[in-house]
Write a protein that binds this ligand. Sequence first.
Ligand code: DGY
Length: 317
Amino acid sequence: MKPLIFVTKRIPQPALDRLAEVFELRLNPQDKALSKQQLCEAVGNADALLCLLTDSIDRDVLSAGTRLKCVSNYAVGFNNIDVEFATQRGIAVCNTPGVLTESTADLTWALIMSSARRIVESDNYLRAGSFTGWEPMLMLGHDVFAKTLGIVGMGRIGQAVARRAAGFSMRVLYHDPAADAASLPAEWQAATLEQLCRESDFISLHAPLTPQTHHLIGKEQFAWMKPSAILINTARGPIVDETALIDALQTGKIAACGLDVFENEPEVPAALRDLPNAVLLPHIGSASLETRTKMGLLAAENAIAVVLGKQPPARVN
Ligand code: DGY
């Protein structure tokens, strides 16, 4: 008899095909997120769970999985899972590092460029029929070339964002207490969070969400930033105090922001949606067909390895 895997939402077909080679595959039949009750029922007799970052895999869900050996997250971030409790229960928790690094760095740059040069605002202006001809003062934004990019969290994605900055002749500052400076290019300069906030023109967040990084960017940090600063977040929403961010944008403490993630996803406060100097995306950092397929295949290999008693390619506990 094949082991059973429950997949909480449809993912690219090659990953489902790979899972079906080893598992009896059960896929959430609805095109919407499962309730906690449904999640508990789904893991009830499963050997493995393949879940999304939007599924909260807490103690109740983990306890409901009496045969559960693996929680394979279809994401690199795993703040949605109670890893400590899973570890106590001998359940392997796996994620998808590496395969989404470059796509997420690309999207970070899309946000840098679009928030600096007011791309979304300009597009809306034109579509509204407001473009009546070239004007010297129309949609003036901020240059990117030769500016200072401050990266908070210098892991794989932070480094991929920093590498792209060389093409724009930018100075790179980074803040990451866990970074090994000796393994990073000498021209990237380590900084305290305060120095980074004070000196950067663009501040881009790439840290994981942990109790230490929750609201890492709040009122005090916005007060350190330049009025021309632009904040970019493609990591996790709760790293930024969203109320303080809205105030900073409304009162001109900073110039603009580009966000792919929000404090209480999928809720986005009306006050933020009303701001023309905020570019807002629906958490699409890794959303290319190639990358989402690679994530699915890696998540599949993780689950397969665990049930076959092998070392999975990306285990976090
Ligand atoms: C992740 O993997 O953690 C991203 O947020 C979604 O790809």
